[in-house]
Ligand binder design. Structure first.
Ligand code: ZN
Length: 296
């Protein structure tokens, strides 16, 4: 199994996107700087989506410009279509994040695309990044279950991954967008996808909606996933489950993996500090466990 993973901080995008309290651009920049200082080698800065649909991301360009270059950090911008990709590339981001959806019902509601259309759009987004010497990653959303269609056929996800891998992304992620996955399901899907995309890495993205997030991270790493997403403080909620906990917390992931002998490159103390700072900014108690109990 992998003894070292690459960590991707998604708090500034996925974490904040699902929060109704609008955060200032300055605080978003501060969150990104804190994530970089805590050792996140890649950070999802923002998403380039319709500001009427996602008001929290209306300042996408300003966030990128104000953050500027971050030494040793790959700055990612999430995009759902070519228009978003153009905006992200225009402000100089390092990497585009495309989203392919495993279910038609979710895709049509989330981004106005069927599963097939989302794969085609993702292929074009990856090509747009590569054409200008940048990189792209792609996430398969609702890979473990859909809030509208229920169970998702793993064979469909594997076929999507095999096809997307040919477009040349840096990796393919499996996202449990609504937090329904359980460890055996994660082990099986990560292994199956790995088999068809190797040597391309598998990244995983979990939400702790039903308390299985951290167990799913472990199952994924044991099955060979080598890139893991997390969100400082465990911010992020689930747009389809009001009151839900958020993404797996970066500090909880760091603690669990490091104690299990898997290097993350993260500084736990700095993550906890950042998490507590964010709690004050948002005036809410973070779902994170480590931020509550501290490092020792
Ligand atoms: Zn998410």
């Amino acid at each position: 199994m992998t003894r070292r993973i690459e960590f991707v901080e998604v708090g500034p995008r996925d974490g904040l996107q699902n929060e109704t309290t609008l955060i200032s651009t300055a605080d978003k920049v501060e969150l990104i700087r804190r994530a970089a200082a805590a050792g996140a080698g890649r950070i999802e800065l923002t998403s380039f989506v319709n500001p009427r649909k996602v008001p929290q991301m209306a300042d996408a360009e300003d966030v990128v410009v104000q953050v500027g270059a971050l030494e040793g950090v790959t700055r990612i911008g999430l995009v759902l279509n070519e228009r978003g990709a153009e905006r992200a590339l225009a402000c100089g981001l390092d990497q585009l994040g495309a989203v392919a959806v495993a279910s038609d019902a979710f895709g049509i509601r989330n981004q106005g695309q069927t599963s097939e259309q989302s794969v085609e759009v993702s292929e074009r987004i990856i090509a747009m990044a590569r054409a200008v010497g940048k990189t792209a990653q792609v996430t398969i959303a609702v890979a473990f279950g859909c809030p509208f269609g229920g169970d998702v056929d793993p064979a469909h996800v594997v076929a999507m991954a095999a096809r997307l891998a040919k477009a040349g992304p840096v990796e393919i992620a499996l996202a449990d967008t609504i937090g329904v996955a359980v460890p055996p399901q994660v082990s099986a899907l990560v292994a199956a996808v790995r088999e068809v995309i190797a040597p391309l890495p598998v990244r995983v993205h979990f939400h702790n909606t039903r308390g299985t997030g951290i167990a799913n991270v472990w199952a994924a790493v044991e099955a060979g996933a080598s890139v893991v997403d997390g969100s400082i403080g465990g911010l992020g909620g689930c747009p389809f489950a009001p009151g839900a906990a958020g993404n797996v917390a970066s500090e909880d992931v760091a603690w669990m993996l490091e104690r299990s002998g898997v290097e993350t490159g993260l500084d736990l103390g700095k993550l906890i500090e950042a998490s507590r700072w964010l709690g004050k900014v948002m005036d809410k108690e973070m779902p994170s466990m480590l931020a509550k109990v501290g490092q020792k």
